[in-house]
Ligand binder design. Structure first.
Ligand SMILES: [Fe+2]
Length: 321
């Protein structure tokens, strides 16, 4: 594979400023009951409050996502990023200096944070919040048993898959370069890797997965997928099988990505976006500079896996079909 390895020497890190986590994503959908069924079967801990869902993972108090019922079609409502308390005023100053206008929080989402829209009108919040991006690479395991024992259960007894945490979201954008610039300059995210002007992956400077936010070229903004970390490739398969058994048969996987290196299976949600089971994604520690590369798209999308279904890249939010 040919890749342009554009290593960037470390800058003076004392001046580095940026968010530490993708705190949560918020979607609006036309039918929250369908969302409850989809994400519940996916293995998330769903808490319903009227026409809103909190998407949590079992054994973790954090709210990784919210789904709100509206009369409209599915849409990304906003992305919320977490930062340290000392950094919020500095980020606010930087964002205003960059000419980005701060706006009021939408009703029901009042917070200690700041709100603004990106260059494509995507609503973004930065707030003071606990760091929920991992502080080290997530453990994953190859599950095996000694000789003389059976490794698999009967299908009827297959364990429920419970994702451990949100890893990242991927959103559509009309302009990859402008988006990279926006998130670098205003949120302090850094480019991990990209493939021409097709896709880009960004990480946090305080230690995060290879990407907490990914961007893919489209005709406009929109939500493509949320990605959930699981502990083994077996869990990916079990999750995909359970979703198929429940009628969610469309998606893409099993495969392995090149950029980020994670094993994946994407399940299509009721609105044409996806939820990803992800295992063993690369990790970028806070004290390391990742040698970000610009890779050939045809050589870097996935290492192995089935052919990509056409519907995988349709941005319904932008009116594509
Ligand atoms: Fe992903």
């Amino acid at each position: 594979m040919t890749a342009i390895r554009g290593y960037v020497a470390p800058t003076h890190e004392a001046d580095a400023l940026g968010v530490h986590s993708l705190d949560q994503f918020v979607l609006t959908v036309p039918d929250v009951t369908k969302a409850e069924e989809f994400y519940g079967n996916f293995g998330l801990d769903i808490q319903r409050d009227g026409n809103a869902l909190a998407l949590k993972t079992f054994g973790h108090h954090h709210r990784w996502g919210s789904v709100i019922e509206t009369q409209k079609t599915k849409a990304l409502n906003h992305l919320s990023f977490g930062c340290y308390a000392d950094d919020l005023p500095k980020l606010k100053t930087r964002i205003e200096t960059n000419g980005v206008k701060l706006i009021d929080a939408p009703p029901g989402f009042e917070s200690n944070g700041i709100w603004f829209r990106n260059h494509e009108n995507v609503l973004i919040e930065i707030k003071v919040a606990p760091k929920v991006s991992p502080d080290s690479k997530s453990q994953s395991e190859w599950i095996s048993v000694p000789g003389g024992a059976a490794g698999a259960t009967v299908r009827d007894k297959s364990p429920a898959v419970r994702p451990r945490r949100l890893s990242h979201v991927l959103i559509f954008t009309k302009d990859i370069d402008a988006s990279i610039k926006f998130y670098e300059q205003n949120l302090g995210l850094r480019l991990s890797d990209r493939a021409a002007d097709i896709v880009a992956f960004m990480h946090g400077i305080h230690g995060s997965d290879h990407h907490m936010l990914a961007l893919v070229k489209s005709t406009g903004p929109g939500f493509h997928h949320c990605s959930w970390d699981v502990g083994s490739i077996n869990d990916i398969g079990l999750g995909a099988m359970r979703m198929a058994d429940k009628g969610f048969t469309k998606g893409w996987g099993l495969g392995r990505h090149v950029l980020g290196s994670n094993y994946f299976h994407y399940v299509r949600d009721p609105w044409g976006s996806f939820s990803e089971y992800s295992c063993d994604i690369d990790y970028i520690p806070s004290d390391k500079r990742w040698p970000s590369g610009d890779h050939k798209p045809e050589d870097s999308f996935y290492l192995w896996g089935p052919e990509v279904p056409r519907e995988f890249t349709i941005n319904y939010e932008a009116g594509e079909s």
